[in-house]
Ligand binder design. Structure first.
Ligand SMILES: *Cc1c(COP(=O)(O)O)cnc(C)c1O
Length: 381
C-alpha cells in the first residue's frame, strides 16, 4: 500500500511487513503530525498568488481573517472572545503568559513534561511569586485546589504521558483566569468555553500544519487581564507582549513575519474540520481511533494501556506498555517499514509505544497499525 517510505528509513528492515498489511499513511506522531495531501494542494494552489507576497497585504491578511473566523466557528466561541496569534509555538506562549497573563501567583497542575516546563518557567520569573505546583506521577493527573492565586494553569492533554484532563473552573476561584495548554487537544477534544479563559495551542498537532506559531483563544476576562498588565507598565520584551500580539491579530497580522505556508496549511485544515461537521466530528473520529487501540491493548496478553484509570486515558495520544516485547526494537522495525514516530516520549523511560490519532489519521490506518504491531510482535517473541 505505502508509496512513500521515508527516505532516511529505506535501509532493508530486519523484519519486512507484507505490503498489504501496511497503513496507507504511516505517520502517527504526536507532532509534527500527518499533513493531509489536500493541505499541500492548497499550498500549491496559492503558491504564486499568496506565497512569497507581503504578509501586510490583503491576500495573506484574508487567510489570517479566515483562520480567526474558522476557529470562532469550530469552538463556538461566545461573543467577546478573540483569537490571538504569535510566533514561537506553545513554548513561547508560556513565556508570554508569565509576562502578560499571570498577575502575581499561579497554580499549576503538573502531570508530565509539558505541564512541568510551564511551572518551571513561572517559578523562575523574578516578577512573580512562587507558584503553587500540584503534581501527579506519570500516568495520573492531579486535581486543582482553590487557592490564593490569580491564574490556574491546566493542560487539556498531557502529550508526554497520554493523560487527558477534563476542564472545569475551580469553584470559588471565580476571579482567577483558567489558562489551558491545549496543544495536542485542540481540534480533538470538546470543552466548555465558560470553564476556560485562555485555550492555547500550536498548529502542528491536531491541525496537521507546521510548528513555530501559537494561537490563543481568549475570553473577555483574559483580554481584560492582558490590558490590566499592559497598563501596569510591567516590563515585557515586545515579541512576548500579549497586548502587542492582540493589537496585531486584530489587524489580521502578527508582530513579526509569520510563516505564510503554515497559515495556509492551518486554514485548510480548519475548513476541512468544519466541512465534515466541526469539533463533534473530529472528537468522534479520534475517539473511534483511540478506542480501537485501547480495546485491542486491553485484550492483548503482551500489551496494556499505560494509563490505568480509564477516565484519564487520552482520546488522542495513546500510550501502550509492552511486556516481553522490546518496544524500542518494535518501533525500529515499524520505522524501517515506514510507520513512524510511535516511539514513547523521550524522558518517560518506559517500554512503551505512543500512538497519536489526530483527526487527519484515518481509522483504516489505525486498524492496519494494530495488524502491523501484531505481525512484528509475532516475530519478536
Ligand atoms: C507539543 C506541546 C507543547 C510544545 O509545543 P511547541 O509548539 O513545540 O512549543 C506544549 N504543550 C503540549 C501539551 C504539547 O503537546
Amino acid at each position: 500500500m505505502r508509496s512513500n517510505i521515508h527516505p532516511s528509513d529505506s535501509s532493508e528492515p530486519s523484519t519486512r511487513i507484507p505490503n498489504e498489511l501496511l497503513p496507507a499513511d504511516g505517520r502517527f506522531g504526536a507532532g509534527p503530525s500527518k499533513v493531509r495531501k489536500e493541505q499541500i494542494e492548497a499550498l500549491t494552489a496559492l503558491s504564486v498568488s499568496v506565497l512569497g507576497s507581503s504578509h501586510r497585504q490583503e491576500p495573506v491578511k484574508s487567510i489570517m481573517r479566515s483562520i480567526k473566523t474558522g476557529l470562532h466557528s469550530l469552538f463556538t466561541l461566545p461573543a467577546g472572545w478573540e483569537v490571538i496569534l504569535g510566533n514561537g509555538g506553545a513554548s513561547f506562549f508560556w513565556d508570554a503568559a508569565s509576562f502578560g497573563l499571570i498577575r502575581n501567583r499561579s497554580e499549576h497542575l503538573v502531570f508530565g513534561e509539558f505541564s512541568s516546563k510551564f511551572a518551571d518557567i513561572v517559578s523562575r520569573a523574578p516578577h512573580l511569586s512562587a507558584p503553587l505546583v500540584l503534581s501527579a506521577v506519570a500516568g495520573d493527573a492531579p486535581s486543582p485546589v482553590v487557592a490564593d492565586v490569580d491564574t490556574y494553569c491546566f493542560t487539556h492533554n498531557e502529550t508526554s504521558t497520554g493523560v487527558f484532563s477534563s476542564l472545569s473552573r475551580p469553584l470559588g476561584g471565580q476571579d482567577a483566569l483558567v489558562v489551558v495548554d491545549a496543544t495536542s487537544a485542540a481540534g480533538c477534544i470538546p470543552w466548555a468555553c465558560d470553564e476556560v479563559d485562555v485555550y492555547y495551542f500550536s498548529p502542528h498537532k491536531g491541525f496537521g500544519a507546521d510548528g513555530g506559531t501559537w494561537l490563543a483563544l481568549c475570553s473577555p476576562k483574559a483580554l481584560a487581564r492582558i490590558a490590566e498588565i499592559r497598563d501596569s507598565k510591567r516590563w515585557c520584551p515586545p515579541s512576548l507582549d500579549l497586548a502587542v500580539s492582540l493589537a496585531n491579530s486584530r489587524e489580521n497580522q502578527m508582530y513579526n513575519t509569520q510563516s505564510v505556508s503554515t497559515m495556509i496549511l492551518l486554514d485548510e485544515q480548519i475548513k476541512w474540520m468544519l466541512g465534515n461537521g466541526g469539533l463533534p466530528w473530529c472528537a468522534q473520529k479520534v475517539n473511534l481511533s483511540s478506542n480501537m487501540l485501547y480495546t485491542w491493548a486491553d485484550k492483548h496478553e503482551l500489551v496494556s494501556p499505560f494509563v490505568t484509570n480509564r477516565d484519564l486515558r487520552s482520546p488522542v495520544v495513546v500510550t501502550l506498555d509492552f511486556d516481553k516485547v522490546d518496544a524500542s526494537a518494535l518501533s525500529r522495525i515499524l520505522r524501517a517499514n515506514g510507520i513512524v514516530d510511535v516511539e514513547p516520549y523521550r524522558k518517560i523511560g518506559r517500554n512503551q509505544l505512543r500512538v497519536s490519532v489526530f483527526p487527519s489519521v484515518d481509522l483504516e490506518d489505525v486498524a492496519s497499525l494494530i495488524t502491523c504491531i501484531d505481525y512484528v510482535i509475532g516475530r519478536l517473541v
